[in-house]
Design a protein around this ligand. Structure first.
Ligand SMILES: [Zn+2]
Length: 329
């Protein structure tokens, strides 16, 4: 699938220094052959590297940006640039196939067809299993001239050390609170940007997605359902099936924020600095039915589920287990 830029700006305000650093390297002809760009999801890494690729392939770049109208830019926009390749898994929980990596390495060894360079992106790089990662090593060790490979990772520490050490490592910076809020405020129909950011670990694109999907009110529904489960008013299996429609990481993050808030309310008896300050009374009501030990047990369960969610686990079963434990307490 071609990587499409759905935002008009080539990069986001919090990416300015990364953009300057990389375009400066291009100017002085010192851009590394392999760059590992890491950072939590929702910061716009794909958008950033997509724009950078377009710039690197452009025939007539100016002011450190792609021109947008040369043959190369048009082909890039159409998703048919012959010197641009990307490798992604079929879905975010699947491995990147070794055959795809081998094919990419072979393509990178050829000379560029229409641009002065070849560019490739592997995303998320941590989805390469051992075999896929090993098949990439030779390309990293003996790069063809004028090729640049970008590995994008949400969690760089999950990559093989032999891969990491052969790349120039860069971390995508988090926006300042001010940058994130003012960027969100400029997007259409975003209400409560502060709360959206709090619920999305300060990732502006995740916050925007939450807003588009009306997640603030869906989150309240989930909390109400948690209360119903506790009162045994809803069947855990029915609820698990319903929650299956919510992206599992989002659901787990909400549950994490609920339990973390309940522990705070229970142990400090105050409602300051909560993730879900708007529903502190509901959280208090649920936490009153539980002691701190039980709350910490739920906390551990959610943390464990967040860790497992990265693996190829059956997420409906995992969620169902968690709900059942909630009923048992
Ligand atoms: Zn161009």
């Amino acid at each position: 699938m071609p990587m499409k830029n759905s935002f008009s700006e080539p990069y986001f305000p919090w990416q300015q220094s990364s953009w300057d650093q990389l375009t400066q390297s291009v100017k002085s002809d010192r851009l590394a052959h392999a760059i590992l760009l890491s950072g939590q999801s929702g910061l716009g890494k794909i958008h950033f590297v997509g724009s950078l690729s377009k710039f690197l392939l452009c025939d007539e770049p100016h002011e450190n940006l792609a021109c947008g109208h040369c043959q190369s830019c048009l082909l890039y926009e159409a998703g048919t640039h012959p010197d641009f390749k990307e490798v992604t898994p079929e879905d975010e929980k699947k491995n990147i196939k070794i055959d795809d990596v081998r094919k990419l390495c072979q393509q990178l060894s050829l000379t560029p067809q229409i641009s002065s360079r070849k560019i490739a992106i592997i995303f998320p790089a941590e989805n390469m299993n051992l075999a896929s990662a090993n098949s990439l090593l030779k390309t990293l060790e003996e790069p063809t001239p004028n090729t640049h490979l970008f590995l994008l990772a949400h969690r760089a520490e999950k990559l093989l050390p032999t891969i990491r050490s052969r790349c120039q490592q860069m971390k995508m910076s988090l926006p300042t609170q001010q940058q994130a809020i003012s960027w969100l405020a400029q997007q259409a129909d975003v209400k409560k940007p502060e709360q959206l950011l709090l619920l999305s670990q300060q990732s502006p694109l995740t916050a925007l997605e939450f807003s588009r999907q009306n997640f603030i009110s869906k989150r309240l529904e989930v909390l109400a359902e948690l209360q119903q489960v506790q009162r045994k008013q809803i069947n855990p299996c029915v609820l698990a099936e319903k929650w299956q429609k919510i992206p599992s990481m989002t659901l787990l993050n909400w549950l994490y924020s609920f339990v973390a808030d309940m522990i705070k309310i229970k142990s400090t008896q105050n409602n300051h600095d909560l993730f879900n300050a708007d529903v502190s009374e509901n959280l208090k009501a649920i936490s009153e039915q539980l002691d701190l030990k039980q709350l910490y047990c739920h906390y551990d369960n959610v943390i464990e589920a967040i860790k497992l969610n990265d693996t190829q686990i059956n997420s409906q079963m995992m969620i169902e287990n968690m709900i059942v434990q909630w009923v048992l307490k």
